[in-house]
Write a protein that binds this ligand. Structure first.
Ligand SMILES: Nc1ncnc2c1ncn2[C@@H]1O[C@H](COP(=O)(O)OP(=O)(O)OP(=O)(O)O)[C@@H](O)[C@H]1O
Ligand SMILES: [Mg+2]
Length: 580
């Protein structure tokens, strides 16, 4: 089994046990007496316990020093003892206990090292023609069952064989450097999350995941790229190294769309630009901005009246045209609202004038947004949807529009449109499978997800519906966030796969682990990850939790997913090659 040659294994692939079970229970963790030096095993190490015909797989969650006689622990008695006795002291009177969180078990048949193996194995095979499945832990190993460190074969048996195209290597075990895969087929079936404090490597890991998903080609990907990180080549802020964009790796498959009429993003040209017609803006898109624009509770009433007067397609442009506070004099010289004023409309429509004027004032930011136009050139929204339906991928770069307002409005609006489209397609497919093609699975990627999925907004945005029920309509989310505790619990609990880097805040750690077994044991592990490039894989999408060293996103990775080297080719050369 291949393992990462860059990470020199500290311990050889040991067949030998590192300890034996001395206690524990299903509810508590297992206790294992360590028979090697404690420095050879670390928290998070993956261990295998052999007991009878069964193998148990677990994680080391703690290491404790113990002694049968506290006097020997408290004093350096070995200094007074002759050599042999001193050696005996360590390991017998003084020892180390591992705490092991058991996660999975599997019936594997008789011990190959045991007596009469050939006969016993043949008999066992007759009653078990197929390899028994891995199952969640339901019992415990016996006293003194030997414990060994997992080898590459164990990791592959549980997390998947790296040579299977459904499996994608996301990282390596921390101690031995064995590849750990995630099953992409499973991964895209449910929404998932990448978490970690700033600088832990979320964006880099997401790029790796996206490259895997694009290569795997079973789902289209739409990235809301708030900070212009994913599509185009970039320079890492800390290392000044070139960070290759997804379009450079997969030219032709990934289209970079820029928000607003712009010729370039950091000097590189997008494939096309996105403008939103005024008629596309719905009242719900505005209500979603309540916090951002500090809207009053009268807003829904005013919006409903606007839609009633002008219709869903016209309300925004008509409201935009109105003048706030404009007055004329009537026949008697008295000042009255001008006919084209917000107040005149409010009076006619029977809504509070001050409320209407207040809303108009707050919407000025949208009225002035250059990417909202009265008439769009072409149908860029439709083009995005068609690109995704055709199996290609879209990175929507926000360019200079980096404010939360732009991000919230556009990502929600687009997601609402996509949701309608995918729902319609799925319903057609369900009623006429012979006439309609199956919808293409879609993964929507959102950075800074708590801005869209926080406790207040989750009910209003299109995203929470997707997290909760769109799996049935072939759409799932991949959310990326530094502050998982700010995300609505109901959304968090729906996340299938959770990938988390180091988190310092207790409430964030708790949020990532919510609803998972073994939370207490995993909490410490999350808090003690390396500050960078180490993550804990968790949740439904992985057979059991495991800490891994992230795969590196570099030229070598790009070469591996592309199947050939980029060499000195620039993005421009590649685009020319495919006829841009
Ligand atoms: N898998 C990786 N391969 C190569 N470099 C990495 C990897 N992960 C992290 N790094 C390094 O760590 C730095 C920070 O990573 P990244 O930008 O992904 O952090 P982040 O978690 O997205 O932070 P923020 O929350 O501030 O956006 C990168 O600039 C890069 O140098
Ligand atoms: Mg980032």
């Amino acid at each position: 089994m291949p393992y990462n040659p860059n990470l020199k294994p500290k311990i050889e692939n040991r067949k030998f046990p590192v300890g034996y079970v001395v206690g524990g229970s299903l509810k508590e963790n297992l206790r294992v007496r360590l028979t090697i030096s404690p420095q050879e095993v670390q928290e998070g190490a993956f261990v295998v316990v052999q007991s009878g015909d069964w193998q148990f797989y677990g994680l080391v969650t703690d290491l404790m020093l113990g002694s049968t006689d506290p006097r020997f622990a408290d004093e350096q008695s070995e200094l007074r003892l002759p050599g042999e006795l001193a050696a005996l002291l360590h390991g017998q009177t003084l020892y180390t206990t591992l705490e092991v969180l058991p996660a999975l078990m599997q019936e594997v048949g008789p011990d190959p090292e045991g007596p009469n193996f050939a006969r016993l194995y043949t008999e066992w095979r007759q009653s078990h023609p197929k390899d028994p499945p891995l199952i969640p832990i339901k019992t415990i190993p016996s006293h003194h069952a030997p414990v060994r460190l997992a080898h590459a074969g164990d990791i592959a048996a549980i997390f998947g064989d790296p040579t299977d195209p459904d499996n994608f290597v996301l990282g390596y075990t921390r101690e031995q450097g064995y590849p750990v895969c995630i099953n992409l087929k499973k991964f895209v079936q449910r929404s998932s999350g990448v978490f970690g404090a700033t600088g832990t490597g979320k964006s880099f890991l997401t790029r790796i995941l996206l490259a895997g998903m694009i290569k795997y080609n079973q789902a289209s990907v739409l990235v809301f790229d708030m900070h212009n990180e994913y599509g185009l080549d970039d320079t890492a802020s800390d290392t000044n190294q070139r960070v290759i964009g997804l379009r450079t790796i997969f030219p032709g498959q990934v289209r970079v769309v820029a928000l607003g009429r712009t010729a370039s993003i950091r000097g590189q040209s997008p494939d096309f630009t996105l403008e939103v017609g005024e008629s596309e803006i719905a009242p719900e898109d505005i209500e979603m901005l309540t916090r951002e624009l500090n809207l009053k509770e009268t807003t829904p009433t005013t919006l409903a009246a606007l839609v009633h007067t002008f219709g869903r397609a016209q309300w925004f442009s008509e409201f935009k045209k109105m003048k706030q506070g404009a007055v004329i004099e009537d026949e008697e010289g008295k000042k009255i609202p001008a006919p084209d004023s917000v107040e005149a409309w409010a009076r006619q429509a029977g809504v509070n004038e001050a409320a209407a004027a207040g809303l108009h004032g707050k919407l000025n930011r949208l009225f002035d947004a250059p990417y909202i136009v009265s008439k769009t050139v072409g149908d860029s929204l439709g083009e995005i949807i068609r690109t995704l339906e055709s199996g290609r991928h879209v990175v929507l770069s926000f360019g200079d529009y980096e404010s939360d307002l732009d991000y919230l409005l556009i990502s929600n609006l687009l997601t609402r449109k996509i949701r309608e489209k995918w729902e319609e397609h799925t319903n057609q497919y369900r009623s006429h499978p012979e006439k309609t093609s199956e919808p293409r699975p879609l993964v929507i990627v959102v950075e800074e997800a708590h801005k869209l999925l926080n406790h207040e907004m989750a009910q209003q945005t299109a995203f929470s519906t997707i997290a909760r029920e769109m799996r049935k309509y072939y759409v799932t989310l991949l959310i990326i966030d530094q502050r998982p505790s700010q995300i609505y619990d109901e959304v968090l609990s729906q996340l299938g796969t959770r990938i988390s880097g180091w988190l310092g805040d207790d409430s964030d750690i708790q949020a990532v682990l919510s609803g998972l077994a073994g939370r207490d044991a995993l909490r410490g592990m999350l808090a003690r990850l390396q500050p960078k490039e180490e993550v804990l894989l968790l949740g439904w999408g992985v057979p059991m939790p495991i800490p891994v060293r992230s795969r590196r996103y570099d030229e070598k990775f790009v070469q591996e997913v592309r199947g050939r080297s980029l060499g000195k080719q620039s993005e421009a050369d590649i685009l020319k090659e495919i006829g841009f």
